[in-house]
Design a protein around this ligand. Sequence first.
Ligand code: SAH
Length: 389
Amino acid sequence: MTGTPSAKAMSLSDQIIADIKANGPIGLDSYMAACLGDTDHGYYFGKDPFGADGDFTTAPEISGLFGEMCGLYLAHMFELAGTPTNAEIVELGPGRGTLMRDMRHVWDMVMPALSRLPVNLVETSPSLRKQQGRTLAPFEPVWHESLASCPDAPLFGIANEFFDALPVRQVVWRTKADTAENVDTAKGSWHHRLVGLDNDELCFVDGAELGADEHADIKLTLPEAPSEGMIAEICPTADDVIAALSSRIARRGGAFLIIDYGRNGNGGDSLQAVADHKPVDVFHQAGRADLSHWVDFAALSRCARNNGCRLIGPVPQGRFLMRIGLASRAEQAGAAADNEQRRALLAAVDRLTSPAQMGEVFKVALLVPDGEGTPPGFDEITMNGEDII
Ligand code: SAH
């Protein structure tokens, strides 16, 4: 969507509807990209989405302990890599800048060499860039539209709740019921699942059958025994990001934490819309609700492997944080705190780690150069990306 004066005056839904009327149904990824990234009406281009007054609360906004633990973890990986002084720090989708601020805080104390490295922020939203600028001004960050312009250097960094916001495509399995012998054989094919119109209202419609090349490209992502109406998701932008990170890390070294809700495989139809902390319809007021999807860590892992890297994990966030010492860090912080602060610390630990809250749904994975061994937090938990406990 372009930012012409007339487009500015129209709501995003009306623009999308006009576009579909003129040119036909659009891919779900185009719809999602417009809802989140339209320069006039996109979700991340408008109000601050975070915190109690926003639509959702992310882990760094719950407690500084999250950023501290991630910072300690990256400091450990930096030391293992021999503290390369030519390395660069990268964060993808830094939100309010809270996570980087908290990581830098802990680096100042335990690994000053990391604090001296340049900070690169990949962020498309001008309003969030401003907020990040306010929080992170002392560190003189450099902003990038994408990883393409980030330095070719050993990279240490993090992406929390970034991959879930990348535009996703969907495909739907349709059994071929057109001939008598096909009805019972569950034979069918994958079709694009597009955004079209029903009585001028946005809705899902079936698109063309996937061509042989399209099918070959995503074959490993698709369920093996599909049935009528089954949906699968593909996120080509996530593959581009992993390829760009991996090509640098494979050649130059580094370690990159990826934290997000998702699973180690395709999540089916996982697209969700949230406004004011409540689920809403994905076509409800385009651009006013946050749209996200479950990250397919198995797909990220395949892409990392194809680009010379290893994606270790994913493991549940709660288990990861406990294994790397969150409880004792909270205890330590609590020793110097009053009762109310101690209660707040305990509540934050519970929110970050309990399976009923963020502990199980959120997963942690680590991108490193190809090699052997399993770093802390992942040891004895994973084998080839599978949970063995
Ligand atoms: N990491 C932060 C914010 C998560 S929200 C936290 O945990 O609090 C997602 C972030 O990714 C926002 O900063 C959003 O503006 C940014 N973002 C979304 N899509 C992006 C894209 N395609 N390129 C760069 N940044 C993007």
